[in-house]
Design a binder for this molecule. Sequence first.
Ligand SMILES: [Zn+2]
Length: 290
Amino acid sequence: MLRRQSSGTIKQSVTVEGIGIHTGTPSRITLLPAPSGAGIVFRSRGVEIPARAASVVDTSRCTVLGKDGVTISTVEHLMSAIASQRYDKRDLTNLYIDVEGVELPIGDGSANLWVETLAGAGLHKIGTQKRLAPEGDLLITGKNGSFITAFDAQFFSATVVVQFDHPLIGTQVAHFQAFPGNYAESIAPARTFGFIEEVEALRKAGLALGGNEDNAVVIYPDRYSRPLRFENELARHKLLDLIGDLALAGLPFANMQIFAYKPSHGLNVEFAKKLAANDWDRENWYPFSG
Ligand SMILES: [Zn+2]
């Protein structure tokens, strides 16, 4: 099912600096306007890496893009904020992301940093493009009963269910409906999280080096490191990650209802690949670009 939508980029360049949660290293990110047809493209050390599932080289803790020996870690929160612009009826489909460093800044662990940065850069329409809604249902399954499924729908919505064998958590559900303002208010502020025993193991493995209680919710056996922003903040963060990873499908997919049970970066990226490879009308297949 083809519909038309606007294609856009940012009005002015904007630079953000910060520390990556996994590598603990500083980075400097500049978002720049890109012409119609460019798509979302990361650029680092002379290498251009399209923000597509085919560019993903690792999903063990975060989503890592790579090409020709250059990698960029933790792209999912920025990608989520980029994808969310369409829910506010400001399509951001063309953007250069220049990266000095190896990992995007984590900010406060949520997508607020990127939502605010994009708001500061401003968006403007540069044309129109076709977009597609899935015809038929898609399903992908993973470990421990996890799955993601999508159906054609009038509007974009997503539901995520997470389950943790932890007395404070158990089962959490988050639901998102795409209407203006809803992403910034109810999804973007949800922070990344980790269990204390996991955080200690990650540090030993050389990961989570930049993680601390200012940029992640640390879960102890009987408490959270800081008060939660939402009672179901963990499920909301998984929904934030899901939107960011699915944006790597390279497809504008506004008209879709998604349901995900225990999603992970690995499963999300597999689903993005499935969306990108979906055997829908090939002649009318358009990438996530203007
Ligand atoms: Zn995340």
